[in-house]
Design a protein around this ligand. Structure first.
Ligand code: HEM
Ligand code: HEM
Length: 309
């Protein structure tokens, strides 16, 4: 295990989380078109950071830093990592961050069309997923994890967690479409809100089931129990933030400008959504690392025990 590489991968993942918050601040302040040009801002490399340009250009600068960190991470991985699939993931991270930067530039050039802004918000989550996965794969706990031979119960955890992961990802896409369908001075489309609330229900069922089952079966296995508990608690927080975001967005069209409570709550909802997603990724990856593909049903265990005498 390379401690330095793991620490660096964690740093890149944390920087990406900060970048997601910086991006969400651009959207919530409606600052996406603070400058209509790209890659320069108002024709300058470093414009005066006044008004909405603070959020828009600030986001570009954080994105540039993360892009450079990703280049260093890829070189670090290619120089020190032997597992070819981890090396490939390092290369993929760099491709993803470049594509994300291009989508960011494109959404400005095209004046924030729904499809491009939504794709930019979605790829941000996928890139975050990639950096967190790299941090997981290079960690000591991953390298030293010992497989658990048997899993008792009716449903295996691997597909349960995968189902939770897929539904969360779909929910993030619906959330991004909803968020970019109306600026602060417009009302959110009812159909999309209802779809997003339906999605929240499905996520609550799938992630609730996956995390509670993990906690019931493996409460003493920190490797699995910890991300399950974190994902479960974050889900509760995300539901509360979602309701608060809905309430503040309901009132925001009457405000003279995007006000701080609405900005803070909607940004927190985006950030917590990213954390729900990555904590479920950590849980899912770890189930694939240590658990068998299928369960040992209790009736089967009983007959096997009887056969043994
Ligand atoms: C390279 C990594 C980047 C990441 C991970 C990233 C991430 C994000 C995120 C998470 C959002 C918020 C989406 C939302 O709240 O729904 C956002 C918004 C935005 N980003 Fe980026 N971004 C990156 C690069 C860039 C670049 C290079 C630009 C160049 C102009 C850019 C321009 C924008 C704009 C204009 C918005 C607001 C879109 C809107 O209000 O519709 N981004 N970004
Ligand atoms: C599992 C639960 C949930 C998850 C994972 C989730 C995730 C998200 C994400 C990631 C976004 C923004 C996407 C982006 O632009 O990148 C979003 C937007 C939004 N969500 Fe949720 N959400 C959940 C539950 C809820 C609930 C229960 C409500 C309550 C009605 C809600 C209301 C909203 C609203 C109003 C927006 C748009 C905010 C804005 O216009 O700024 N969400 N959601």
């Amino acid at each position: 295990m390379n401690r330095g590489l793991n620490r660096f991968a964690i740093l890149v993942a944390c920087a990406t989380f900060f970048l997601i918050i910086a991006g969400a601040l651009v959207t919530s302040h409606d600052a996406g078109l603070a400058t209509p040009d790209w890659p320069l801002s108002n024709g300058q490399v470093f414009p005066k950071m006044v008004g909405n340009l603070f959020w828009e250009h600030g986001h570009r600068m954080v994105a540039t830093t993360v892009g450079m960190l990703t280049i260093v991470l890829m070189i670090y991985i290619l120089r020190t990592e032997k597992r070819s699939w981890v090396r490939k993931l390092g290369i993929f991270a760099l491709i993803a961050v470049i594509a994300q930067g291009l989508l960011g530039g494109l959404t400005v050039k095209l004046m924030l069309p729904l499809a491009v802004s939504t794709a930019h918000a979605t790829l941000a989550q996928l890139f975050f997923c990639t950096t967190v996965s790299l941090a997981v794969f290079t960690s000591r706990s991953w390298m030293e994890a010992t497989p658990i031979q048997e899993e008792n119960g009716t449903l295996p955890l691997r597909p349960l967690c995968t189902a939770a992961l897929v539904t969360i990802f779909l929910q993030l896409i619906i959330g991004a479409t909803l968020r970019h369908s109306a600026t602060w001075d417009q009302h959110l489309p009812t159909g999309l809100i209802l779809t997003h609330i339906g999605g929240a229900l499905v996520v609550t069922i799938t992630l609730g089931r996956a995390s509670i089952t993990t906690l019931r079966r493996y409460k003493d296995e920190k490797f699995l129990a910890r991300p399950a508990l974190v994902a479960f608690l974050l889900l509760g927080l995300q539901l509360l933030l979602g309701m608060a975001a809905y309430w503040t967005r309901l009132k925001s069209p009457d405000d003279p400008q995007p006000l701080n409570p609405m900005v803070a709550i909607t940004v927190a909802h985006v950030a917590c959504g990213a954390l729900v997603f990555v904590s479920t990724i950590v849980l899912t990856l770890r189930t694939y690392r240590v658990l068998p593909a299928s369960v040992q049903s209790s009736s089967f265990s009983l007959s096997a025990a009887n056969a043994k005498g």
